[in-house]
Design a protein. Structure first.
Length: 179
């Protein structure tokens, strides 16, 4: 959603008093065949039905919710949004897009299942007590420079191993045991 859509105002409105309804809107809206219908709260928040669209606006006239009956699109726009459920929350659709300056997620346990997982980042930092990775076929890492720092013991176990370099290969240790 663009900033313009988030900050959209709900045009002119008429205050609704208890037990009454009002018809309001801009002059062009009043000239249309089906004028906007407005219902409001004592604090000034209001709802409007216009053509195939339903708008819900806050006390400052800012759009909070819009449902478009023609397209089936539902737009929520608020300073803060909280979804709370006693059970689970399910978000389902053909695709899901998240856009934010910062995304923070917290859970006791997280599980992802997918056919393909791709991460593009300027810097990636992973911290864990233990990391276990398993690949049933190929496990490949590519880098311009690679470094592995181990404070205690490094073990490389393989059925067959090859170490090759285009230039010098250096092994430095107190003792080097082969075989």
């Amino acid at each position: 959603m663009t900033n313009a859509a988030r900050d959209e105002k709900c045009n002119e409105r008429t205050a609704v008093t208890a037990g009454s309804a009002a018809i309001a809107g801009s002059a062009s809206e009043r000239r249309s065949e089906r004028p906007a219908v407005i219902a409001g709260t004592p604090s000034g928040a209001f709802a409007r039905v216009e053509e195939d669209r339903i708008d819900l606006c806050d006390t400052r006239g800012r759009l909070v919710l819009r449902y478009d009956g023609r397209t089936g699109e539902l737009v929520l726009s608020a300073d803060d949004l909280r979804l709370t459920a006693r059970g689970k929350i399910v978000v389902e659709g053909q695709s899901l897009e998240l856009r934010a300056a910062r995304i923070t997620a917290e859970s006791h346990e997280t599980e992802w299942r997918t056919q393909r997982w791709e991460v593009t980042a300027g810097l990636m930092i992973e911290r864990a007590a233990n990391v276990l990775r398993s690949a049933s076929e190929l496990y490949e890492q590519r880098a311009t420079h690679a470094r592995t720092l181990v404070s205690e013991t490094l073990e490389l176990l393989a059925g067959r191993a090859t170490l090759s370099s285009r230039d010098d290969t250096r092994i430095d240790g107190k003792r080097v045991r082969l075989g």
